[in-house]
Design a protein around this ligand. Structure first.
Ligand code: PGA
Length: 251
C-alpha cells in the first residue's frame, strides 16, 4: 500500500496561486512523487482545473475537491456535482471534514450520503472522522468514531475498490491549533478505526488507508507516519507552502 500524503488547502489560494504552489512542488521534487508515496491536493473548487493542469509536471500526483453535493444535477444553488468535479480533472473528494460538520452543520447521515454518491460516480473519497475535546474528555472517543463510521460508510456501493476509499482520523482539538495528538493517542485511535472498518467492511478493511490529520508539521510527520495503522497524513496549514509540504512528502 502506498503512503498517502494529502494536502487540504481549505479556503486558501486562487487558481493561479494554487498552480504556482504545485509548479514549485513539481520542480523541487524533480517531476515525480517519491517512491512509495502518493501525493494528493484537495484544492478549492475554483482552483481545481488550474491545479490539475499544473500537476502534469508532477507524475503520480492527484487532485481532489473538498466537498460535493450528492445529486446528479438540479436546483441546488451554490452546490457542485461529482461530474463537475471530474470534468475539472479531479479524482478525489473529501467528505465529513470537521469544519463542514461543525461550522456548516453536516450530519453523519449526510456525510454518508455524499461518500456513497461520490464512490458511485467514479470519485475516490477521503472520509474524515474525529472527536471534539469535550467528547474525548467525556470518554466518548469510541462511540463517536463508531457512529461517524457506521453512518459514513452506510451507503457504499457493492464491490467498491478499497483503494478508492481512505479514512482520515482528525481529532477536532488538534486541527489548526498546533496541538498534535500524542503518539499513543494516535496509535490508539487508529487501532480503533481499523477495528471498526473490519467490523463494517470485513477483510477489505486491511486495504483502506487510514490517515492522521491535525497539526501535522515537517518536524512531526516522520514520527506520525511510523505509527501502527497510519497509512498517510492529511495536512492543512503546513501544506500551503511548497517548502514545508515537501518536507512532509519526503519525511
Ligand atoms: P491542520 O489541518 O493541519 O492545519 O491542523 C488539518 C485538516 O483540517 O485537515
Amino acid at each position: 500500500m502506498q503512503t498517502l500524503i494529502a494536502a487540504n488547502w481549505k479556503m486558501f489560494k486562487t487558481g493561479p496561486e494554487a498552480a504556482a504552489t504545485v509548479t514549485s512542488l513539481a520542480e523541487k521534487l524533480g517531476g515525480a512523487c517519491p517512491a512509495g508515496r502518493d501525493v494528493l491536493v484537495f484544492a478549492p473548487f475554483t482552483a481545481l482545473e488550474a491545479v490539475a493542469r499544473a500537476m502534469n509536471a508532477l507524475s503520480g500526483a492527484m487532485v481532489g475537491a473538498q466537498n460535493l453535493y450528492p445529486a446528479e444535477e438540479g436546483a441546488f444553488t451554490g452546490e457542485i456535482s461529482a461530474r463537475m468535479i471530474s470534468a475539472c480533472g479531479a479524482t478525489w473528494v473529501l467528505t465529513g471534514h470537521s469544519e463542514r460538520r461543525h461550522i456548516l452543520g453536516e450530519s453523519n447521515a449526510f456525510v454518508g450520503q455524499k461518500t456513497g454518491f461520490a464512490l458511485r460516480h467514479g470519485l475516490r473519497v477521503t472520509l474524515c472522522v474525529g472527536e471534539t475535546l469535550d467528547e474525548r474528555e467525556a470518554g466518548k472517543l469510541k462511540d463517536v468514531l463508531t457512529e461517524q463510521l457506521r453512518e459514513g460508510l452506510a451507503d457504499l456501493p457493492e464491490g467498491f475498490s478499497p483503494d478508492a476509499l481512505a479514512v482520515a482520523y482528525e481529532p477536532v482539538w488538534a486541527i489548526g491549533t498546533g496541538k498534535t495528538a500524542l503518539s499513543e493517542d494516535i496509535a490508539d485511535a487508529h487501532g480503533l478505526v481499523r477495528g471498526l472498518l473490519k467490523d463494517f467492511l470485513g477483510s477489505q478493511a486491511q486495504n483502506i488507508r487510514v490517515l492522521y490529520g491535525g497539526s501535522v508539521k515537517p518536524d512531526n510527520a516522520a514520527a506520525i507516519l511510523a505509527l501502527d495503522n497510519v497509512d498517510g497524513v492529511l495536512v492543512g496549514g503546513a501544506s500551503l507552502q511548497a517548502e514545508n509540504f515537501i518536507r512532509i512528502v519526503t519525511a
